[in-house]
Design a protein around this ligand. Structure first.
Ligand code: DON
Length: 562
């Protein structure tokens, strides 16, 4: 079962499962296909994170690569398998410094931070996807990549979401001549739903990666195309940056929550730390009794969100360059202290929280894929260009867009980024550093380590609260996976000091929240939490469920068996 934000890419993953691939093969095949069919977020020029769990034995373990050698030192033993995380987040170029996005008067140049070549971090997606496939996949890389090559070469009928999104991004994409040619018709008009989009240069890039592997992107022809563009148009990424790029394995963060075991992404994503802090703070509140989306439940969640985002923005960053008090942040004692700071009947304004010292020292377009295979193997992977279509600049001759992930750094302490996050010194731009992320690919297991579900979402700073609500809806409020994903969501992140709410929260709830001092803002759909779940019968695994988020028009969950 594969759940993804675009139906053709989900079908590619399901077909790979049918051919004997495991969850990793399917996730990689779907991710490369999303680089073709969901160009606003799927990518070769961006980065991401992945968390996987594979059993040590099962029908798919007969494939050659699954007879793996010794576990990686970062792998965690969970149930009858092992879990590991992969960090393929972009890095700041070696020539980037902390004031990269400041104007001479000290203000932040938002245009440069989001729409110039300076906004591009050294891409990690190709390193990440090829590395996880070679280590954990069953099928040859060429087989796994062929469907993406075909989609780019032969074209595919544009879906409704892509057509709308291209129209919305026309000004950005048309400001770059290469993007204009790649994503619009010869007369400059937008592709309507059903019309074919062919991307021959992207097909050639994918073919080079399929044949030469990671070297094509970081040392070979694609590296030369990227650095030529950087030289011509004032970007910072050099061949030394590309050659130095590594995608490190990492040990997943984990916590127990109401008898379940939750595994998620460690820094440089702030997503996992913040998610686990929130689960620990909220666990004793018995939200099942206050009820789904009641004023009392939303109030407790929002007060916890604001405290956790304060820690995220002050304390988290790239673990290779920054010391972080993770043990303390994830301790039971700290969760208890934070819980005591929540007042049941009164919202604590952001300014009041901001004035307190820390107790410890120290768009809409990203996309998430969840896969479960027939052994119960799980993959959750979130990848991104940052905002839709990244900086809008396509690498000439190579057919892929570049990210604007450098905007996830702190351009200036306290100045909001594209997601309104006001971050601190610990996330300043520095050579080789990775910007703090909110992406939260997450796996959940039963207490005995039996795999249960995989989830994650796009949504910038809202990713963390989206994933949290999918987990609470499913595990605490007893909703099935489809309802857990579809139910209206709320969000708060300290600043702006308000609750963002999707339609579907009742007027009396709104009134009760206002009485506690909350300011409310209705917003359009938040997130796209494509999720999968293993189904069990008395004798063990009997199948799987997949849910694509109904908030996105082109999304789908596609089963391995037709
Ligand atoms: O890594 C992050 O937190 C952001 N660059 C993610 C961007 C995102 O989710 C945009 N999509 N809606």
């Amino acid at each position: 079962m594969v759940a993804a934000q675009e139906a053709r890419a989900a079908a590619v993953g399901a077909a790979i499962l049918r051919r004997g691939g495991n969850a990793v093969d399917a996730a990689v095949a779907t991710s490369f296909a999303l680089a073709v069919t969901l160009p606003q977020a799927g990518n070769l020029g961006g980065g991401g994170f992945l968390v996987l769990w594979l059993p040590r034995s099962g029908p798919i373990s007969t494939c050659p690569a699954a007879a793996r050698s010794a576990p990686l030192p970062q792998a965690l033993a969970v149930g009858r398998g092992e879990a590991v995380a992969l960090n393929f987040r972009e890095t700041a170029p070696l020539a980037a410094g902390r004031d990269l996005f400041l104007n001479p008067d000290g203000s932040v140049n938002r245009e440069r931070a989001l729409r110039s070549l300076l906004s591009t971090g050294v891409p990690g997606t190709v390193a990440g996807l090829t590395q996880v496939q070679v280590r954990y996949g069953c099928l040859p890389l060429q087989v796994v990549m062929q469907p993406a090559i075909d989609l780019a070469e032969q074209g595919f009928p544009v879906g409704a979401e892509l057509s709308d999104s291209l129209e919305a991004a026309a000004a950005l994409l048309k400001s770059d001549p290469t993007s204009a040619r790649q994503f619009f018709k010869a007369d400059g008009s937008v592709y309507r739903p059903g019309e074919p989009l062919r991307q021959p240069q992207l097909a050639a890039s994918l073919r080079c990666i399929a044949r030469q592997g990671v070297a094509c992107f970081y040392h070979g022809s694609l590296a030369r195309q990227i650095t030529a563009l950087m030289r011509q148009r004032g970007g910072l990424i050099s061949s030394a940056d590309l050659q130095a790029y590594r995608a490190p394995w990492a040990q997943p963060l984990q916590a127990r929550f109401q008898g379940y075991r939750v595994l998620t992404m460690p820094p440089p994503s702030g997503g996992g730390v913040t998610l686990l802090q929130l689960l620990k703070v909220l666990e004793p509140f018995n939200l099942a009794s206050t009820g789904l989306n009641s004023a009392a439940t939303i109030h407790l969640m929002v007060e916890a969100f604001n405290l956790a985002y304060r820690d995220r923005n002050r304390l988290l960053g790239d673990p290779d360059q920054i010391a972080m008090p993770l043990d303390r942040l994830l301790s039971d004692a700290y969760a208890t202290q934070q819980r005591q700071r929540i007042q049941p009947d009164r919202h604590r304004p952001a300014a009041e929280l901001e004035a307190e010292p820390s107790l410890v020292s120290g768009g809409l377009n990203t996309t998430h894929v969840s896969v479960v295979d027939r052994d119960g193997g799980l993959v959750a992977t979130t990848t991104t260009l940052n905002t839709a279509y990244g900086n809008g600049i396509t690498v000439p001759g190579a057919g892929f867009l570049l990210n604007n992930e450098m905007d996830d750094f702190t351009a200036k302490p306290g100045a909001p980024n594209a997601y309104g996050l006001r971050q601190g010194e610990q996330n300043a731009i520095a050579p080789g550093r990775r910007p703090l992320s909110s992406m939260t690919p997450t796996l959940v297991f039963q207490a005995d380590g039996t795999p249960l579900l995989a989830t994650g979402s796009p949504g910038g700073s809202r990713i963390i609260t989206t994933v949290l609500q999918v987990l609470l809806n499913r595990l605490v409020h007893g909703l099935n996976l489809a309802s857990a994903v579809a139910t209206p969501r709320i969000h708060s992140q300290l600043w702006p000091d308000q609750i963002s709410m999707e339609q579907g929260i009742s007027p009396d709830t709104v009134g009760l929240l206002e009485a506690r001092g909350h300011r409310l803002q209705w917003v359009a759909a938040m997130g796209s939490a494509n999720s999968v779940e293993v189904r069990y019968g008395p004798g063990g695994m009997v199948g799987s469920l997949g849910v694509s988020d109904p908030r996105r028009l082109d999304a789908a969950a596609v089963a391995e068996s037709p």
